[in-house]
Design a protein around this ligand. Sequence first.
Ligand SMILES: *[C@@H]1O[C@H](CO)[C@@H](O)[C@H](O)[C@H]1NC(C)=O
Ligand SMILES: *[C@@H]1O[C@H](CO)[C@@H](O)[C@H](O)[C@H]1NC(C)=O
Ligand SMILES: *[C@@H]1O[C@H](CO)[C@@H](O)[C@H](O)[C@H]1NC(C)=O
Ligand SMILES: *[C@@H]1O[C@H](CO)[C@@H](O)[C@H](O)[C@H]1NC(C)=O
Ligand SMILES: *[C@@H]1O[C@H](CO)[C@@H](O)[C@H](O)[C@H]1NC(C)=O
Length: 442
Amino acid sequence: MALASSSFTKMKMLPKLLLFAFLIFQFSLAKIGPPRPNPTITRIRPRPPLIPPCVKLMPRRPKTNPGPLANGATILHITQELKRNITYDPFGYTKTWVGDNYCLFKGFFCDVVPDLNITGLSSIDFSGARFGGQFLNFYRFIRNLPDIAIFHANSNNFSGVIKRNINKLRFLYELDLSNNKFLGGFPGSVLGANKLSFVDFRFNGYNGSVPYRLFNIDTDVLFINNNGFTGTIPAATFGNTPALYVTLAANKFTGPIPPTIGRAWRTLREVLFLKNRLSGCLPFEIGYLVKATVLDASSNIITGPIPKSLGCLFSLQILNLANNHLYGAIPESLCSLPHVYNITLSNNYFTQVGPQCRKLITAQRLHVQGNCLPGFRCQKTATECATFFCKPRSCPRANTFNYVPCKLPAVAAVASVHDMVPPSPRSYAALETPQPLPNRRV
Ligand SMILES: *[C@@H]1O[C@H](CO)[C@@H](O)[C@H](O)[C@H]1NC(C)=O
Ligand SMILES: *[C@@H]1O[C@H](CO)[C@@H](O)[C@H](O)[C@H]1NC(C)=O
Ligand SMILES: *[C@@H]1O[C@H](CO)[C@@H](O)[C@H](O)[C@H]1NC(C)=O
Ligand SMILES: *[C@@H]1O[C@H](CO)[C@@H](O)[C@H](O)[C@H]1NC(C)=O
Ligand SMILES: *[C@@H]1O[C@H](CO)[C@@H](O)[C@H](O)[C@H]1NC(C)=O
């Protein structure tokens, strides 16, 4: 199984292309408007490996004959406790949890523990197991798996408070607790687990505001969609996130998308803000996100025009700003983006669309129904539009909506949607429940 073979060694293989890409973009972008912002935290890339490259470890042994096992007594003891607490086990995991060799237990995967140089429990995969039970205490369980690197438990009934000592798990780098029964405030203690590169808390009952430190942690994936988070997206730190995939969707976040988002231009690929209560105007700094392929802030109450800077999103494939209170002209620069596949601006208050965007509409790649566009089908009524514009509207930093912090590409011919290869975004899968993600490895 790939999971076991790669659990400790995968850390070596993280992207080396970042620096290279960074240099290219640095030189190809004309600087108009304020300078490109950088995160206030410096990251080491590529990540340092868990195992120093020169260290020779024992070869991995077959699970039927793993040799001496690390932390055997502790792991067997806590596994039996969890087994007693599990009252529903439709896929028959717990009946295999017998004997002393935990490498043979269903859902348990072993590997050579780097600093012990013997076989240990490196990874747990309970995703989709649908364990039931009154109290399946996640923290108590994982805290007794000292060598764990990967813990995936999508779609179970784990709950309980996650305490600070989770940071004592020196190898833990993937944590998927999505679709469980966690409640209360954000588990701030998890932020202390400083090796985490995959953080997935989506589909739980978490509420309250998210700590600003969440966006300072060094992770590649940050999925917190479908909880009950409230408050604003922490502006001071948001753009510090080095995550490639960020999903804040389907919470109750309020306030604007922070301008600091522009600091994530070296890393951010997909970001989902949809189905919150975000308001305010779009910050022009979004236009710095040259790596972004997916940007979805639909179903909020965001207002103002689309900043022209969005024409600098050279990697963009999918943009969804539907169901907001946006108005003004649809920037022509947006409709000339080289990789754009599907732009959805439905149900806003746009009033103008130029020739390049009209081509995109014909090609079925730009969707504008439910706006205030003269001469187009399925628009809002004149009264609805008039009522909206009755109220004076403006955005702070009004001059920034015209900044174009790049050299715009030449206007190109427009291919029909049917002649294009649909993109395959990764983050949208995070909005679906309860199946584990088909391919969660980044
Ligand atoms: C690990 O164990 C193997 C054999 O069991 C040995 O060859 C190797 O040198 C050991 N490595 C370390 C770092 O102790
Ligand atoms: C899941 O856990 C909750 C407590 O967090 C409990 O009330 C509920 O009965 C449990 N469900 C199942 C199916 O065991
Ligand atoms: C098992 O259930 C008991 C009683 O609710 C609880 O105290 C304990 O933390 C649980 N342990 C695990 C590993 O779920
Ligand atoms: C958060 O959820 C907990 C548990 O469901 C509840 O007791 C608490 O009042 C909620 N807090 C907020 C701020 O909604
Ligand atoms: C474009 O995106 C919208 C909104 O997500 C979706 O409804 C529509 O089906 C998409 N169109 C194509 C061709 O993918």
